[in-house]
Design a protein around this ligand. Sequence first.
Ligand code: BGP
Length: 490
Amino acid sequence: MSFPKNFFWGGAIAANQAEGAWNVDGRGPALTDVTTGGSVKEPRYITFIDKDGKPGKFPKRGDVLPEGAHYAVLDGYYYPNHDGIDFYHHYKEDIKLFAQMGFTMFRMSISWSRLYPNGDEEVPNEKGIEFYRNVFKELRKYHIEPLVTIWHFDTPLYLEERYGGWTNRKLIDFYDRFAKTCFTEFKGLVKYWLTFNEINNTVMFLEMFGNKATPQMYRDAYQHLHHQFVASAHAVKIGHQIDPENKIGCMICGITFYPLTCDPEDILLNRHTWEQNIFYCGDVQCKGQYGSYAKRLWAKHDVKLNITEQDLIDLQEGTVDMYTFSYYMSTIVTTHEVKERVGGNFSAGAKNPYLKYSDWGWAFDPAGLQYYLEMIYDRYGLPIMVVENGLGAYDKVEEDGSIHDPYRIEYLKEHIKAMDKAIANGVDLIGYTWWGCIDLVSAGTGEMRKRYGFIYVDKDDEGHGTYERSKKDSFYYYQKIIKSNGNDLD
Ligand code: BGP
C-alpha cells in the first residue's frame, strides 16, 4: 500500500451532534437546538413561535422562518442535539478509546455559542474555552493531533434571529472575532483547522432532495456563501498571523457527480453541476477568486452579489493551505426523465444500476472517491484530506453485548483501497478521519439509529439509554488498519 509514513488516521465528530450539554456552563442556543428529530422518511423541523404567539415548524431543508416569528424550543417535540452523546462529560473516556484504536488525528468542532453565547459579545465565555482546552490537552496526552472545524452548522441562534444569519455582512465580523479567539486561546494545542464545514451545502442543497428553491432563496444563498468565503479568508489570514505553523483548510461536501447517459446535454449538465456544487467553493477558497463560470451561475439565478473591492483582496490573500472534504457517495444527473429514483433522505437522484445503496439511499461507491481525489488534486495541487467518510447503518447489539458490523468494515476497507490507488496515482493525500467514529446524532435525520461509529453509544431516537460506550467489530478492524498503516486489510 502507498500510505505515507506520517499519514493521519483518525475519526471525526461535530460539537452539535456529540457534545450535548446544550445549556450548560453558559452555552447559548444554536440553530441545531431548535431542530427536531426526524427519520429517513420524516424531515427534521425547525420550531418557532409566530408573531401571534402560536407554535409552528418548518422543514429544516427547504424553508425559512416566517416574518415576525421567533425560534423556540416547544413542548411535545424531541430535540436530539440537546444531549447529543454527552461528549461534554464523556470526552476523557472517548478519547481513551480513540487512542486504543491508534488514532493520530481527531477531528472535532468548536461550538460557537459555547464561546460566544449570543455570538456578538466582546468577551468570550471562559468556561467554554476551558472545556476545549481540556479536550485538546487530553488528545495531546495520547499524541493525537486535533483537527478543528471552526464552524460546523451551528451559528448561534441569536445571530440568526437578530441579524438574519449569514445573509447579513455583520456575521463576518462576529465570525472573525470567534475565529481569532480560537487561534489565540488554543495556540500550541491545535495546528490543523478548517474554516467552514461543507461550505458548499448552502447552494448545493437548494436543488437536492427534490427541493424547489424560490429565486429569493438563491439570491440569499449566494450572498450567504460570499460572506462565508470572506470570513474564511479572514480566518486564514488571522490564523497565519497568530501562528505561522497553522495549517488551515477549506471543507467541501464532496459528492461525485456522473451523467446518466452519453447524451452531450447530460455531459454538459454534469460539468455545470460540478461547477455549481463543488468547484464554486473550492476555486474561491483555493485559488482566491471566483471561477469564470460564476457569472453564468449568478445570471441564471438573477443574483447580484454585494462584493466590495476589499473582499476581492481578502479572498486573494486568504487562500487555504489544504483542501479537505467529506465523501459518502456519488450521484447522477441527467436531462432525461428518470425511471428509477433513489429513495432515502439525501440523494433523491436517479438510481445507479452499478451501485448498491445504504438504508438511507446513499450510494456505496469507493471508485467515486478515487475519482474525486484525483480530479481535485489535479485542480489545486494542495495537500488533501478526507475528513469525513463513513456508513450510517442499523446495528444490532447481541445478547452478549457484541456488535457485528461487517457492512461497515467492508465500506471502510473499500474506501481505503480507493485512497491507496489515488495516492499511487500521485495524489498528496495526508489524512483520513472516519465520520462518526463514535455513534452520534445524525445531522440529516436527527436519528441515533443511523449509526456510523466503531464505538456504540447506548442511546435511542427518543433519547433513552445509558449512554454507555462499547466496541463494535469495526473497532478492532480499524485498529489493525492503523497499526499496519493501511497495509493489513484482511
Ligand atoms: C455531513 C456532515 C456531518 C454528518 C455527515 C453524515 O453532511 O458534515 O455533520 O452528519 O454528513 O450525515 P448524516 O448525519 O445526515 O447521516
